[in-house]
Design a protein around this ligand. Structure first.
Ligand SMILES: *[C@@H]1O[C@H](CO)[C@@H](O)[C@H](O)[C@H]1NC(C)=O
Length: 252
């Protein structure tokens, strides 16, 4: 899976002191597990200490020690790095904290994922020098994280692509829309590719340029009308023939 997974976010707020009525101080620690592979091989653990929105110091498991960013943060970092117990705990956190928690989160989210319903339609046909516009939409999916991209003969197209943000439907599901402006060439294959946690591999929908659905409907309605017209005309003709033939048989 190529999607960047969610960060786990466990703030531990500590309100340390109040002065007066309008102002407060806010000190908090944040633990994050950052990863993008399903085997968690690239898992990074971050532990950040902040005071009033300013990060004082941070432990990054790729670095392996605490690094201070402010005057007092540098002092704290020095002390933490000198304490073998603290350093040991922080270094082990990828295995003791991140992997078990991420596994729990993954199983609770991934087996509740809902596949998107994908539609691919033409918003504008090419005419003269005006490029064509296709819209690929994904509806009713969960979780929110999704990637919609365009392929021309299997290769990703990057120019003239516009995407909306994932939009909440208000019922735990999301939708997203992506537009492609392109100049059609004969023999090419344009596809919309959707990557989502509910799919084991990317879902590719090929564009069928033969006739857009609206045009097909118009032709179907026109054809039905024509057939109906021919039947009524034929019935009328037969009726007229019979009537006029009957008239001749009746002598005056
Ligand atoms: C953690 O440290 C590594 C190595 O220095 C760096 O590449 C990465 O960006 C750091 N992560 C964060 C979130 O700062």
């Amino acid at each position: 899976m190529s999607l960047l997974k969610l960060l786990i976010f466990h703030p531990i707020p500590m309100l340390s002191a109040f002065t007066g009525t309008a102002h407060g101080y806010y000190q908090y620690t944040m633990h994050e597990c950052v990863y993008s592979t399903s085997d968690y091989s690239d898992m990074v653990f971050l532990e950040s200490y902040s005071f009033n929105k300013v990060v004082d110091l941070q432990f990054n498991s790729s670095v392996g020690k605490f690094v201070g960013y402010t005057e007092q943060g540098v002092k704290y970092a020095e002390n933490f790095n000198k304490d073998p117990a603290i350093l040991q705990d922080a270094k082990a956190a990828v295995d003791t904290y991140c992997r078990p928690n991420v596994q729990l989160d993954d199983t609770s989210v991934l087996d509740k994922s809902v596949k998107p319903k994908i539609t691919l339609r033409s918003a504008r046909q090419a005419g003269g020098s005006r490029p064509a516009v296709l819209v690929c939409s994904a509806y009713e999916f969960y979780p929110k994280k999704i990637k919609v991209s365009w392929l021309r003969d299997g290769k990703e197209m990057t120019s003239d692509v516009t995407s909306t943000m994932e939009m909440a439907d208000g019922n735990w599901f999301y939708q997203i829309h992506s537009e492609l402006e392109y100049t059609p060439k004969s023999g090419e294959k344009i596809s919309c590719m959707v990557e989502h946690a509910s799919f084991s591999k990317p879902m590719i929908t090929d564009w069928d340029p033969s006739l857009p659905e609206g045009e097909r409907n118009k032709i179907a309605i026109g054809a039905s009308g024509l057939v109906l017209g021919v039947i009524i005309a034929a019935a009328g003709l037969i009726y007229y023939k019979k009537k006029s033939a009957g008239r001749i048989l009746v002598p005056n």
